[in-house]
Design a protein around this ligand. Structure first.
Ligand code: FAD
Length: 223
């Protein structure tokens, strides 16, 4: 199995860093091929703009999706964007490892999507949802948060996690054809003791060993 891990955390010694390294180790141990997008490590620029492209079709009025269509036809994406698109196209499974920031992904990961998931190459002309480009591929969000599990349920302080993750699950992953797997969630790693954090890493390891056999979830249920 070919696995792409997209990792977004500014500190390698963080718990997210530990989850990321655990994933690489466990998946390789299970015999899978792993490629990564370590967004901080590779200093990925998350701000979308004219520099997404080698040349512009309409330099006087920049309209991103039209330039994306043009670049898809002409091979006109900037090298750093084309490299990420190739990783996406290569993988069977994509995992995102990130801390929940403001009920969403860190900006560096949102910017990766804004720039890399281009119209023409990645979606469009009827290629979306069930007919999406990445039909047959699976995706998994591995997320940590400051809040406790009790904060992320119906009637809890923040409401159901399913609703918070829905824009990612439905608006990005399913939109481009991925089948969504159950998210891997670690609530409040900073408040856990060392042993409990190790238990979380072990739980992740065990899941990764059998990832090949996992079925998707109903995102509709995740409202
Ligand atoms: P860390 O604090 O880096 O790690 C926790 C502990 O694990 C540390 O003591 C670390 O040393 C230890 N550790 C590292 N490696 C290992 C290892 N191998 N074994 C055992 N222990 C290890 N939270 C919410 O709930 N909702 C929000 O909307 C939200 N928005 C945020 C917005 C911003 C901008 C920021 C900065 C934070 C926000 N948070 C929010 C909190 C954030 O989600 C958590 O702080 C984050 O998920 C915790 O993960 P971490 O990897 O940063 O933990």
């Amino acid at each position: 199995m070919k696995v792409l891990i997209v990792y977004a955390h500014p500190e390698p010694q963080s718990f997210n860093g530990a989850m990321y390294r655990q994933a690489i180790e466990s998946l390789q141990h299970a015999g899978h091929e792993v490629r990564v997008a370590d967004l901080t490590g590779q200093q990925f620029d998350p701000v979308s703009g004219r520099h997404n492209f080698r040349t512009l079709n309409e330099p006087d009025f920049f309209k991103q999706q039209l330039e994306e269509l043009h670049a898809s036809r002409t091979g006109g994406f900037a090298a750093e964007i084309a490299a990420e698109q190739e990783k996406l196209e290569w993988c069977d499974i994509m995992i995102w490892q990130f801390p929940l920031w403001w009920f969403s992904v860190p900006a560096i990961l949102k910017g990766w999507v804004d720039r890399v998931f281009a119209m023409g190459r990645i979606y469009g002309a009827g290629r979306l949802y069930a007919n999406g480009t990445f039909k047959g591929k699976r995706a998994l969000l591995s997320v940590t948060m400051g809040g406790a599990a009790a904060d992320y349920i119906d009637g809890g302080l923040n409401g159901e996690l399913a609703g918070i993750l829905r824009p990612l699950h439905r608006g990005i992953l399913e939109f481009t054809g991925f089948t969504v797997l159950e998210p891997q969630v670690v609530y409040g790693p900073a408040r856990l003791d060392e042993q409990a954090r190790r238990t979380e890493l072990q739980r992740w390891h065990e899941r990764l060993l059998q990832l090949e056999n996992e079925q998707g979830i109903e995102v509709g249920r995740y409202r």
